[in-house]
Design a protein around this ligand. Sequence first.
Ligand code: HRQ
Length: 143
Amino acid sequence: MASLSTSAPCSTSDSACRNSARRQVRPKLPLLKILQAAGAQGEIFTVTEVMHHLGQYITMKQLYDPREQHMVYCGGDLLGELLGCQSFSVKNPSPLYAMLRRNLVALTTATTANFRGKSQFQEKYWRRQYSHSAYLTVQMHKF
Ligand code: HRQ
């Protein structure tokens, strides 16, 4: 089995894999570029890390309003293109939330064999199985 050293923090039977704080995601390329511009390393993160790096990006590029710091002006920036808006407020992060749903692909280290027989597991969420490894990829439904 091919092993991805950067993407196996929880064991196959660990129910914490389904805990959103530890669940790992792979950002799609445009988002990955933003995260890496903010200093992110690698291609696989937890949702918490993604949010942290987005915050770093906003700080680094000074996209926030210095007087009303909850406001972010991202028009003309790659972030604005991804979000599809010129500005947003952290008080209403729905553009961020929608963008993350579009741009994060969830990973889990579970094998099909491990979940066979575990009826509570919702197989309908599985989208793609990587035949070369035991890694399965699903679309995020919630964070
Ligand atoms: C840094 C500094 C600021 C000084 C802002 C984003 C909020 C990710 C970062 C987020 C929120 C909700 C969801 C997903 C992501 C569902 C960052 C900010 C800032 N002012 C606003 C900031 O001022 N951070 O929007 N995030």
